[in-house]
Design a binder for this molecule. Structure first.
Ligand SMILES: [Zn+2]
Length: 300
């Protein structure tokens, strides 16, 4: 489930809870004379008070009586159901921020592929970057966020985050995933290792459901392949399926983000020129070679 769907789920679950509470209230009115009596007496007093006749004290007294009846019947939670999330009151947002309950639900209900934290750039801790690296880190974050927000409209659909381990590539990828998900796009995250595992299953399977191995990778609006270069090179599988997936996605104008410890040249040698030319097509790609100092403490 992406962030947008998770928010919708949380908000409509709250709406259903309240509708159920309302139906329960109506049933209670007809089934419990003591509640009905307390409720009607309170309403009459409130009406009088609104007209300037009764007293506030009387309203308070009748409120108390009604409250006591509710507690005696033990129906408070049914009449006034608490939100599932106290932080956002089941609105999914705390101010402008996405509430943690949304992120949790989105992650818990994610389909297959790797469980992977989705983040937002605004939550990123840039203090981990050195003074030298900070401007480029901020620039990269802003550019990636802009691409994520443009979604299918973005021109640059192949994003390559290259550089040594611990420079923040995967962290940036997880923020890109979060922003894309928030914009309503489906995101699939997979390690290069799992990618090859799926490709191999597809390649060696003759069952009707074999397409399930590759279709999430082809159909997701955003595919993230993490740590390209760490997987095993299987003959007729690794390079071939990587090309197939990247090429298909490019033809269908879908976004693919890879992170890799390899350089552009090393990628060309390992996977072949045609894959490299797809990944690094100048018009269609956004490539950032990270030479940030080790910020492994934030890397995932
Ligand atoms: Zn919440």
């Amino acid at each position: 489930m992406d962030y947008k769907k998770a928010i919708n789920f949380i908000v409509s679950r709250r709406r259903e809870d309240l509708a159920e509470a309302d139906a329960f209230f109506k049933r209670l009115l007809s089934a419990r004379p003591e509640f009905r009596q307390a409720e009607l007496a309170l309403r009459a007093a409130q009406l009088d008070f609104a007209k300037g006749k009764g007293s506030e004290k009387e309203v308070k007294r009748l409120e108390k009586i009604r409250d006591d009846v509710i507690d005696k019947l033990g129906v408070r939670e049914k009449l006034y159901p608490s939100p599932h999330c106290k932080k956002c009151g089941d609105t999914g947002r705390t101010g402008k921020e996405i509430c943690g309950c949304v992120k949790k639900l989105a992650i818990e209900t994610r389909g297959d592929c790797v469980q992977f934290p989705m983040r937002l750039f605004e939550d990123a801790d840039f203090s981990v970057f050195s003074e030298r690296d900070l401007p480029l880190a901020l620039k990269t974050a802003a550019e990636l966020k802009a691409i994520a927000l443009k979604g299918a409209e973005a021109k640059r659909k192949n994003i390559n985050l290259l550089g040594k381990t611990g420079t923040g590539k995967t962290y940036f990828a997880s923020c890109f995933a979060g922003e894309s998900s928030l914009a309503g796009r489906t995101v699939v995250f997979i390690t290069a290792f799992s990618f090859v595992d799926r490709a191999l299953k597809y390649h060696t399977s003759f069952t009707a459901d074999k397409a399930e191995q590759l279709s999430p990778l082809l159909d997701a609006d955003v595919l993230i392949i993490d740590d390209l270069g760490t997987e095993s090179m299987l003959k007729n599988v690794t390079a071939e399926y990587l090309y197939h997936v990247i090429n298909e996605r490019q033809l269908n104008k879908r976004t693919t983000l890879i992170t890799s410890n390899l350089s552009i040249d090393e990628i060309a040698i390992r996977y072949g020129e045609r894959t490299a030319s797809r990944l690094f097509d100048k018009k269609l790609c956004y490539t950032r070679e990270f030479d940030f100092k080790d910020i492994r403490k934030i890397d995932i």
